[in-house]
Write a protein that binds this ligand. Structure first.
Ligand code: DGI
Ligand code: FE
Ligand code: FE
Length: 190
């Protein structure tokens, strides 16, 4: 599927506001891809489809989690965590997109995970810093992203966990694994 087809397709599946967010994530991810010497083509597709399952029916998503190889513990966490993993499964089934970089980046775009690739970090960061986001302090993270993508990803991980704790929300293990792994890398540990 090429970029134009992918954009036309996602526009049909998302409400206008989410579609505009998607386009901004794509532009941001492409800028970062250029900075970090990652090819544009797969990055474009990953960004375009990253929120593909965001508005799927919860019962349908639950069924997909139950009937796939996805970890069942997702069912015990916030439903907001489902759209990444379920989206990765759906675009593979419905559009035959099967590049592992694309599928992994979409699957983990909400939580991150340990050992994220540069490709995954770019989508994870682009989703948080796209110009439509008005999160307090996001400007600082935008600056970091241009200089050091690992540092930006760690900052996002840290901020997200902080936020979830302040809201008395549970934190999915992959969010902690992402934070710990990025922190180890930044501090020069193994
Ligand atoms: O889909 P988007 O809104 O573009 O962004 P996203 O996929 O990063 O989803 C963001 C939401 O997910 C945000 O409200 C924080 C939440 N989130 C991220 N990690 C966790 C989490 N929620 C819970 N409960 N646990 C997590 O570990
Ligand atoms: Fe998302
Ligand atoms: Fe998003």
């Amino acid at each position: 599927m090429n970029k134009t087809e992918a954009i036309a397709c996602i526009q049909q599946h998302l409400p206008e506001k989410r579609f505009q967010h998607t386009i901004r994530v794509m532009d941001t991810a492409l800028e970062l891809a250029k900075t970090y010497h990652i090819a544009a083509e797969n990055m474009e597709l990953a960004a375009i489809f990253h929120d593909y399952a965001k508005y799927r029916n919860l019962d349908e998503m639950k069924r997909i989690i139950i009937n796939s190889t996805l970890p069942k513990d997702l069912l015990h966490y916030h439903t907001e965590l489902w759209h990444g993993p379920v989206g990765a499964i759906l675009i593979q089934q419905e559009y035959g997109i099967d590049h592992p970089d694309i599928l992994r980046a979409i699957r983990y775009h909400t939580t991150g995970r340990a050992h994220m690739s540069l490709f995954e970090m770019i989508l994870f960061v682009a989703d948080y810093i796209e110009p439509g986001r008005e999160i307090p302090g996001v400007e600082e993270v935008r600056g970091m992203a241009k200089e050091n993508i690992t540092l930006a990803a760690q900052e996002i991980s840290k901020r997200t966990i902080h936020y979830l704790l302040s809201q008395n929300q549970s934190v999915y293990p992959d969010s902690f694994f992402a934070y710990n792994d990025l922190t180890r890398k930044i501090n020069g540990g193994l």
